[in-house]
Design a protein around this ligand. Structure first.
Ligand SMILES: Nc1nc2c(c(=O)[nH]1)N[C@H]1C(S)=C(S)[C@@H](COP(=O)(O)OP(=O)(O)OC[C@H]3O[C@@H](n4cnc5c(=O)[nH]c(N)nc54)[C@H](O)[C@@H]3O)O[C@H]1N2
Ligand SMILES: Nc1nc2c(c(=O)[nH]1)N[C@H]1C(S)=C(S)[C@@H](COP(=O)(O)OP(=O)(O)OC[C@H]3O[C@@H](n4cnc5c(=O)[nH]c(N)nc54)[C@H](O)[C@@H]3O)O[C@H]1N2
Ligand SMILES: [Mo]
Length: 759
């Protein structure tokens, strides 16, 4: 892997460091937004586009999955949502001439930032076997090539169908239908790397793998715990909800190894007083060590159990299972061990307990800080124990709130994008369409990489995303991808996955959220589901980036017709013409979507049922909410090593880099930085501004190295370090995953820092 961008690449990483900020949003955010938007779109298009984001008749923001409030502002978007929109609605174009001028080897030497900055893809292009550059290809020929390679497979299970989380419900439903009619459950998705741990922990304990709170619940809560999440950057609109919750009297506890500016203070750009002063959000900041959360919640649970009258005994009796076994384990929790695991003080934990006991309605929100560790599933189960103890699930103002990432990642899963589908879902498909879907489980992301590496999978098809950059163990993943016969990417923008290909490769350019989707049956809209289970329509109004684009549903329909031929039981042609006919079938297959077309036509859409939230009913194996009693785990750190978390800067959307600044953390003009606690830095003799290689150590004995990172002394918890993803994915071993969910443990990588060998 290239350690530095080549000389011809205008992106030079030269980080400059200033003091971190203590507040998020406000005026600088607006200025920054408009500047980025206008660079990509020009002034007029910026105004037209940004005003339609998240309006009831507009398109769903392609940024995060945070829900829209009922009373919307004229501008219901945030700085980072606007960047996501500008990135898609840009006027820059990647044409066949671009590919003629840039052979694949050239693209492979460019940074992800440079690739993304080139603009929107305009034509389907093909890299023939042995070819040096992509060349234009007709859609018909592209589908023929895919059909050739799929037909040549020994089994449909040698094909892998990946999904990123921007795909609409309609496209996702068709995509899984195609894979299953073809005969495989190989449907890995970005969720495998994201909230899979939440899904695993929640389905087992409360019977449904989704959060149990609505936006109104946040406004009614007494206490909101935000653990392992940086909403100021990744879910900025959540800050308005937290601000409102505070105004209604809620307290907030933040649990994080880093002091994140957005959680400290929020300057709401939509209110005059917010612009000036802003509201303090966090009441208690628990600066936890990476991976210490299970220990923290376990001890809090013990302390609740030890407090007379603190347990909601009626709820526990009526609605839960496994209490005795859990209580026994929790009572054994040990102060000293917890203090060591968390790095917190006794006073801090006692203060947290006081706030917990004073609250009648508690919500816990979390994101990647809890989901990407070896022991993520038991950690989230411990959060569930914590809420169950005081009856905090299934009543207003209380519950579990995993905050999703991609704007439709939750909907894609609801539509059946899952390598381990429930038998009831497959039964419903079989009944509706009359073919027998495969019953054996398919590959998740990590297993798909292994299968490609070992030659057991030969065709890789991606519905969006940037698989090679988002996945762990970059060198292994890239080598695996290069072994494929055929790699296909349905994409809006260029990324590294297009440069690391199988023997043959295709890029199929598609419409984005902001664009008009015209089919035989007239102008179409699609639907999405947000983080809180609300389903609504999304309709773009801009002219497509090029006349040669096909929508995602159209691509799946044409592909399916070509590959499955006349034998298919599915009316692909009808689906392509009129997406309402897809929704009619979804309504018949997936519970909660009855009358889909009628209900989604209402402004704002509808809310999917959620048994624990709506009726305190827990559809688990025991029929109750399950307490669990896993042993407490936390990472062990060998002498002289640090625990590295790989996270997002303020100027990126996953592997899409908008710019080289991380404003709130005081970093500018560079991404190759490693944040280290000053005391640790002193002990390791790492001066601020020196350059180091990050070397990851894993039990397989392989040394993984990311060279040339500038050390930044930063107030993170002791023993911890932080650096940006995807530059650090090279350090995450493929086999280092969470138990049960198999999510790459990209927030706990043991590293040593070596004096840099590169200049
Ligand atoms: N602008 C923008 N928005 C986005 C994205 C983006 O890249 N850019 N990505 C989207 C996606 S797909 C997702 S999944 C979400 C991600 O949203 P986040 O989860 O907020 O994203 P990360 O940057 O990974 O931040 C992880 C946070 O957890 C903390 N953390 C790390 N380890 C631990 C730990 O062991 N314990 C605790 N308590 N905290 C810990 C980190 O310090 C950091 O604050 O955002 C979505 N929204
Ligand atoms: N080390 C480390 N690794 C991580 C994480 C981490 O925190 N640390 N986070 C993980 C998480 S939470 C996630 S969700 C994954 C993200 O993994 P992915 O979802 O695979 O990656 P993205 O960077 O979001 O994908 C960006 C690409 O999607 C395409 N795209 C954008 N919009 C559309 C669209 O509307 N349609 C189509 N077809 N394509 C589109 C563009 O071509 C763009 O280049 O990464 C994971 N990897
Ligand atoms: Mo994610």
């Amino acid at each position: 892997m290239a350690t530095k961008p080549p000389k011809s690449d205008p992106v030079q990483d030269a980080p400059q460091v200033a003091e971190p900020k203590h507040a998020a949003a406000g005026l600088p955010a607006i200025g920054h937004t408009l500047r980025i938007a206008q660079q990509q779109m020009g002034v007029k298009r910026t105004a037209l586009t940004l005003l339609r984001v998240n309006q009831k008749d507009g398109f769903d923001c392609p940024g995060c999955a945070w829900p829209e409030p009922d009373h919307r502002h004229k501008a219901e978007f945030c700085e980072n949502g606007a960047k996501a929109v500008a990135e898609e609605a840009t006027l820059r174009r990647v044409t066949p001439e671009f590919f003629a001028a840039h052979p694949v080897a050239d693209l492979a030497g460019r940074s992800g930032y440079w690739l993304g900055q080139q603009g929107r893809l305009t034509h389907p292009v093909y890299l023939p076997e042995g070819g040096e550059r992509y060349e234009p290809v007709t859609w018909e020929r592209a589908f023929d090539i895919i059909a050739e390679e799929i037909t040549a497979l020994g089994s449909p299970d040698e094909a892998v169908f990946y999904t990123s989380g921007r795909t609409s419900n309609e496209a996702a439903f068709l995509y899984q239908l195609f894979a299953r009619e073809l005969g495989t459950n190989n449907l890995p998705d970005c969720s495998n790397m994201c909230h899979e741990s939440s899904g695993s922990a929640l389905s087992e304990t409360i019977g449904i793998g989704k959060g149990s709170v609505l936006l109104e619940d946040l406004y009614k809560a007494d206490l909101i715990v935000v653990a392992g999440q940086n909403p100021g950057t990744n879910h900025p609109r959540m800050l308005s909800a937290l601000e409102k919750a505070k105004a209604n009297g809620a307290k907030i506890i933040s649990v994080n190894p880093l002091p994140e500016a957005g959680l400290e203070r929020f300057k709401n750009p939509q209110t005059p007083q917010g612009m000036l002063k802003g509201a303090a959000l966090t009441d208690l900041f628990l600066q936890i060590r990476i991976g210490g959360d299970q220990a923290l919640f376990r001890l809090l649970n013990k302390l609740i159990l030890d407090t007379q009258g603190a347990v909601d005994e009626e709820f526990v009796r009526e609605h839960t299972h496994g209490y005795e076994e859990f209580a026994e384990a929790a009572r054994a929790a040990d102060w000293d061990e917890t203090l060591a695991a968390t790095g917190l003080t006794r006073q801090e934990i006692e203060e947290a307990l006081r706030m917990v006991l004073a609250s009648r309605r508690t919500i816990v929100c979390w994101a990647m800080g809890l989901t990407q560790h070896k022991h993520s599933v038991p950690t989230i189960r411990e959060v569930v124990n914590f809420l169950l103890l005081r009856g905090n699930i299934g009543r207003p103002g209380a519950g579990v709130c995993p905050v999703r990432g991609h704007s439709n990642v939750q909907g894609d899963r609801t539509m059946g994008i899952f390598e381990r589908p429930a038998p009831a879902f497959l039964d419903a498909l079989e009944k509706e369409f009359g073919f027998a879907p495969p019953r054996t489980h398919g590959y998740d992301v990590v297993r798909a990489i292994r299968a490609l590496r070992d030659g057991e999978a030969k065709v890789f098809f991606a519905m969006g995303g940037n698989f090679v950059s988002a996945s762990p163990d970059t060198e292994v993943t890239e080598a695996a991808m290069r072994r494929a016969r055929l790699t296909v990417h349905v994409s809006t923008k260029l990324n590294r996955s297009h440069a690391v290909t199988g023997a043959r490769a295709l890029i199929l350019p598609t419409l984005g959220r902001t664009e008009r989707d015209l089919q035989g049956g007239g102008e179409q809209f699609v639907t999405v589901e947000d983080s809180m289970g609300m389903v609504h329509a999304s309709q773009g109004r801009l002219d497509p980036a090029s006349p040669h684009l096909l929508s995602e549903p159209a691509i799946v329909c044409r592909l399916a017709r070509r590959v499955l031929g006349a034998d298919s039981k599915v009316p692909w042609e009808e689906f392509e013409k009129d997406y309402a006919t897809i929704r009619d079938r979804i309504a018949r297959v997936i519970p909660g979507f009855e009358d889909f077309n009628a209900r989604v036509a209402r402004p704002g859409g509808f809310t999917l049922p959620h048994a624990p939230r709506d009726e305190r009913r827990f559809p688990t194996a025991t029929g109750k909410a399950n307490f669990t009693a896993a042993p407490v785990e936390y990472p062990e750190l060998p002498e002289g090593r640090l625990l590295l978390q790989t996270l997002r800067s303020h100027d990126q959307y996953n592997t899409t880099i908008y710019g080289l600044d991380d404003r709130y953390r005081g970093i500018r003009n560079g991404r190759r930085v490693v944040l280290v606690n000053p005391e640790d830095a002193r002990a390791l003799r790492l001066t601020d501004g020196s350059y180091v290689d990050l070397v990851s150590e894993w039990k397989d004995g392989v040394e993984r190295r990311a060279p040339g990172f500038r050390v930044v002394h930063y107030p993170t918890a002791r023993g911890c370090a932080a650096a940006y993803y995807p530059e650090t994915n090279v350090l995450v071993p493929l086999d280092s995953t969470a138990d049960t969910s198999n999510t790459p443990a990209s927030k706990s990588v043991v590293v040593r820092l070596e004096q840099s060998t590169t200049d």
